[in-house]
Ligand binder design. Structure first.
Ligand code: NAD
Ligand code: AHE
Ligand code: ZN
Length: 370
């Protein structure tokens, strides 16, 4: 079939809206009509050439919601007409990782997914006879896409696509980092670096679990108002501040250091600062941000010797098929907010504007509605 898609033909070039060819679903796969997709900073990072797995030409996008239109042979868990959220972290429920009970990082299809291919090692997309790669197993910047059935979460039908697509990455990542990965306890002091589409969800997660101080840190002063909307108690604009000064200020606000800090910037210097803002003896810093290819983190080992913990999280530690439908319920029940964070709604033709708004710090989440 033909489908409209925003194709990344090359790194650092605007996406081009063209009609591409899409092969139907093979064994264990489903065809999904994407109704809406968010634009996450990770899409921008890959388009900008910072992703060591970045591969072109490809169809980016990994934060979508849509409807199953066709199922391949052997598909049992979803049917035509089901509303679904594509999962860049699938859940096969059979691999060592899924069975471990210790991680959400299913390994069933990770190797082919990282190469921009379906599990059988081929792509379903092409343009003028040339292969186009999939992205993070999702490619939601295409109106129709093909996914393995283990990479879709069936969701309730009354959830609006325009807002629930954000659960496909940002909401689940931010809220899940607090609730699932860090397991922040009531009364804890939390510090969040980077108050964008992910960091604001960390803030609302911290508020949800009853954190005490929720300190937001950004270099964009406009983010103070945003943080306060979702439960932030204190704000620090760190533009021009040294690491030592940031740490000293956070230690003062949190009476000795944070119980939990989260990096939602992807900047490795910020990651170090986030670790060093942790309370001696027990503080835990969680890396959410995705760093540019070649970047490394460092600190004095003494920081860890003296009891600080450094950890990371992907997709907020959520098991997609199991947890995503529950997070949709949290949203529909008013336990978490999504609507105010969707600052811009665009057509597919306007998708490059979404990237510009993000880079200019003017959007929290832009969503493309097909
Ligand atoms: P965003 O662009 O919406 O927000 C980033 C925020 O960080 C902005 O408010 C920006 O002003 C702020 N910032 C930038 N540099 C800073 C600095 N030096 N100090 C303090 N604040 C700073 O991006 P997003 O969509 O929220 O994504 C945030 C990060 O999380 C990205 O690196 C993204 O790739 C990553 N991410 C990771 C996962 C995961 O599963 N681990 C999931 C989604 C996104
Ligand atoms: N491809 C990059 C790593 C990118 C990365 O870490 N992605 C996160 C999700 S970001 C969503 O916005 C993730 O899930 N990581 C786990 C995984 O298996 O990819 C690189 O460095 O090569
Ligand atoms: Zn994302």
């Amino acid at each position: 079939m033909k489908t409209r898609a925003a194709v990344a033909f090359e790194a650092k070039k605007p996406l081009e809206i063209v009609e591409v060819d899409l092969e139907g679903p093979k064994h264990g796969e489903v065809l999904v009509e994407i109704m809406a997709t968010g634009i996450c900073h990770t899409d921008a990072y890959t388009l900008d050439g910072f992703d060591s797995e970045g591969i072109f030409p490809s169809i980016l996008g990994h934060e979508g919601a849509g409807v199953v239109r066709e199922v391949g042979a052997g598909v049992t868990s979803v049917k035509v007409g089901d509303h679904v959220i594509p999962l860049y972290t699938p859940e096969c429920r059979q691999c060592k990782s899924c069975l471990s009970g210790k991680t959400n990082l299913c390994t069933a299809i990770r190797a082919t997914q990282g190469k921009g291919l379906m599990p059988d090692g081929t792509s379903r997309f092409s343009y003028k006879g040339q292969q186009i790669f999939h992205y993070m197993g999702c490619s939601t910047f295409s109106n129709f896409t093909v996914l393995p059935e283990i990479a879709v979460a069936k969701i309730r039908e009354d959830a609006p696509f325009k807002t629930s697509c954000y659960i496909g990455c940002g909401v689940t990542t931010g809220v899940g980092a607090v609730v699932k990965t860090a397991k922040v306890e009531p009364g804890a002091n939390v510090v969040v670096f980077g108050l964008g589409g992910i960091g604001l969800n960390v803030i609302q997660g911290a508020k949800l679990v009853g954190a005490n101080k929720i300190v937001g840190i950004d270099i964009n002063p406009d983010r103070e108002e945003w943080g306060r909307k979702f439960g932030m108690t204190d704000f620090l604009n760190t533009r021009g501040m040294s690491r030592e000064d940031i740490v000293a200020k956070v230690v003062e606000i949190t009476d000795g250091g944070a119980d939990y800090t989260f990096d939602a910037t992807g900047n490795t210097e910020v990651m170090r600062t986030a670790l060093e803002c942790c309370h001696r003896g027990w503080g835990t810093s969680i890396i959410i941000g995705v760093a540019e290819a070649g970047k490394e983190i460092s600190t004095r080992p003494f920081q860890l010797v003296t009891g600080r913990n450094w950890r990371g999280t992907a997709f907020g530690g959520a098991k997609g098929r199991t947890d995503v439908p529950k997070i949709v319920d949290w949203y529909m029940d008013g336990k978490i907010a999504i609507d105010p964070m969707i600052t811009h709604v665009l057509t597919l033709e306007e998708i490059n504007k979404g990237f510009d708004l993000m880079h200019a710090g003017e959007s929290i989440r832009s969503v493309v509605v097909y």
